[in-house]
Design a protein around this ligand. Structure first.
Ligand SMILES: Cc1cc2nc3c(=O)[nH]c(=O)nc-3n(C[C@H](O)[C@H](O)[C@H](O)COP(=O)(O)O)c2cc1C
Length: 311
């Protein structure tokens, strides 16, 4: 069973990937999407999105990081994929799931699911461009406004030479509103020869097992739950819904996060509070801590508070 950390713009950035792969047992992660328009991006952009490129394409814990692109220009996607691989990307993923209005207005992300032939052309352009030992994959939703082209898109991705496809089991129109339609992945899995990785609304080990049952997919991509419950991969692998890491261990993780590299202190503090807010749904201690730190603006003060809480 492969467990993959989902790309989440503004959430699974390099610092969060470092922390989550430090504690969790992910097989690989995927960067936040890198938007490609009409140029080959400079190296510093790649190193911003994926500093792991300077570490053999892996997080400090040794988990490979795949580089994700979003765009609709085949030549530029191909040229950027070549550059990413030259810089050390172990695999390339292509985004056909983003629901953001601005992205879709520029014909990027999930809107392309209405044009399976374009999906095919873009994946093929990248597949043909990068060396054959570098896997190229794609991430799609069930469709844009409807599910009319689900199988066409899946076939388009497979026929273009993708090594696997990850499917978020909802259309763009269904957004992030539960449920995710895991059973809708079954026909895709049956139709394709390549692997299908299931994604969407897996919050617990029980969800993971139910998703595997309904979808027939063994491999799973986990998004928000990895942030709210950083031990979710261990729970799934050990087949338990009981917490595996303690709150004290989570405090260490938070300190690791807060010691990560940042450009602006205010952004780092904001990111930490965002994470604490998400963990509050699951851990009562996080809720208490949130009330204590919500007005603090200095990073060092938060770190001191966490150190005091440690046994
Ligand atoms: C804040 C946020 C940002 C996201 N950014 C991306 C992205 O950059 N690329 C992508 O393919 N999917 C992105 N997604 C979608 C997730 O990868 C995933 O498909 C979705 O959250 C469903 O999985 P989950 O229920 O396990 O969270 C994003 C989701 C969220 C919540």
């Amino acid at each position: 069973m492969k467990l993959v950390l989902a790309p989440m713009e503004g959430l699974t950035d390099p610092i969060m990937r470092d922390v989550l792969t430090h504690v969790g047992s992910f097989d690989w992660c995927v960067t936040e999407f890198i938007r490609v328009t009409d140029s080959v991006l400079p190296d510093h952009v790649y190193h911003n999105y994926c500093p792991e490129l300077l570490n053999d394409g892996k997080t400090a814990a040794g988990t490979p990081v795949h580089v994700q692109f979003l765009g609709n220009n085949p030549e530029m996607l191909a040229a950027n994929a070549i550059r990413a691989v030259e810089l050390g990307a172990p695999a390339i993923d292509m985004n056909f799931g983003c629901p953001a209005k601005t992205v879709n207005r520029h014909r990027g992300g999930s809107v392309l699911l209405d044009e399976p032939e374009v999906v095919h052309m873009l994946v093929k352009a990248v597949r043909d461009a990068v060396p054959s030992h570098i896997p190229v994959s794609a991430k799609m939703r069930l469709g844009y406004m409807d599910r009319n082209f689900t199988l066409e898109n899946a076939h388009a991705i497979e026929d273009a030479g993708a090594a696997w496809v990850t499917v978020h089991a909802r259309t763009k129109a269904e957004g992030y509103t539960p449920p995710a339609f895991w059973d809708q992945l079954q026909p895709i899995r049956e139709a394709l020869k390549i692997n299908v990785i299931a994604n969407g609304e897996i919050w617990t080990n029980t969800d993971a097992k139910q998703c595997q049952l309904e979808s027939g997919c063994e491999d799973l991509m986990i998004g928000r739950a990895a942030v709210t419950t950083p031990d979710i991969t261990q729970c799934i692998r050990k087949n338990t819904d009981e917490p595996i890491i303690t709150w004290d261990e989570l405090l260490d993780l938070q300190i690791r996060f807060l010691n990560g590299p940042y450009k602006k202190e205010i952004n780092m503090v904001g990111r930490y509070k965002q994470w604490l807010g998400m963990m509050s749904k699951h851990y009562p201690e996080a809720k208490e801590l949130w009330n204590e730190v919500k007005r603090i603006k200095a990073l060092i003060e938060i770190i001191e508070k966490l150190n005091v809480l440690k046994p």
